[in-house]
Design a protein around this ligand. Structure first.
Ligand SMILES: C[S@@+](CC[C@H](N)C(=O)[O-])C[C@H]1O[C@@H](n2cnc3c(N)ncnc32)[C@H](O)[C@@H]1O
Length: 205
């Protein structure tokens, strides 16, 4: 058999195995993710988030469903934060671990974030799925401290009032990014989440 055919067949075989592994990793965790599948944020989205959400070195950023860890890495690089991600998709988790090898201050845990209290976070990032946003809103209301910022890509937190709504400057990745902040005092009468009017400048010490 000619070499080029062997190379072609081998490449196709590898691609098919990769596709199968990817599909399997999505399906196997569906009961947990409920549609929030492994789909990494586009770079322009991560950049837009970081441009508008300044953080202090040492702040704790938590990505609930961190995928390949790109948000954690970018935030660590830009602001020197401590970055913690939870992931249940084995493929995404392995990628995240591989890509954060040797990076101090970034931790990725193979864990269902519903079973973890994220109350220590200064900033929570999520890019999930509409079906879980209501449950997530209740969890974050219970656990987060006043002043904590919450960033949700694509999907709003039901009942929360966003502080800012961003649109990445990209024709193909123009989905909204919702910025929230847990209220410092009592909840705003019109909604469960209100904000410090200085935000985000007050976090840019
Ligand atoms: C759309 S991806 C976003 C990944 C990453 N946050 C980003 O923006 O690039 C959502 C990720 O959340 C993970 N996920 C969904 N539900 C989860 C849960 N309960 N615990 C941990 N990870 C979860 C999925 O496996 C998936 O990788």
């Amino acid at each position: 058999m000619p070499t080029w055919i062997i190379i072609l067949l081998t490449t196709m075989g590898i691609l098919i195995v990769c596709k199968f592994l990817f599909a399997f990793s999505l399906v196997s965790v569906f009961p947990i993710t409920q549609g929030a599948m492994f789909h990494p944020s586009a770079k322009v989205k991560v950049r837009t988030f970081l441009d508008h959400v300044p953080m202090n070195a040492g702040d704790l950023l938590v990505d609930v469903g961190c995928g390949d860890g790109r948000v954690l890495r970018a935030a660590k690089r830009r602001y020197g934060v401590r970055a913690l991600g939870f992931e249940v998709n084995p493929l995404a988790y392995m990628l995240a671990r591989l890509r954060t090898i040797g990076l101090e201050g970034i931790e990725v845990r193979f864990k269902n974030f519903w079973n973890v209290n994220v109350g220590d976070a200064d900033v929570v990032f999520c890019y999930l799925f509409p079906d879980v946003m209501g449950r997530l809103a209740h969890k974050l209301e219970r656990e987060l401290r006043p002043g904590t910022r919450v960033i949700s890509c694509n999907f709003p937190l039901p009942g929360w009032r966003h502080r800012e709504l961003l649109y990445p400057e990209s024709p193909i990745h123009a989905d909204p990014i919702y910025l929230y902040q847990i209220p410092a005092l009592s909840p705003h009468p019109g909604g469960r989440c209100t904000c410090n009017p200085d935000w985000p400048r007050s976090h840019n010490a």
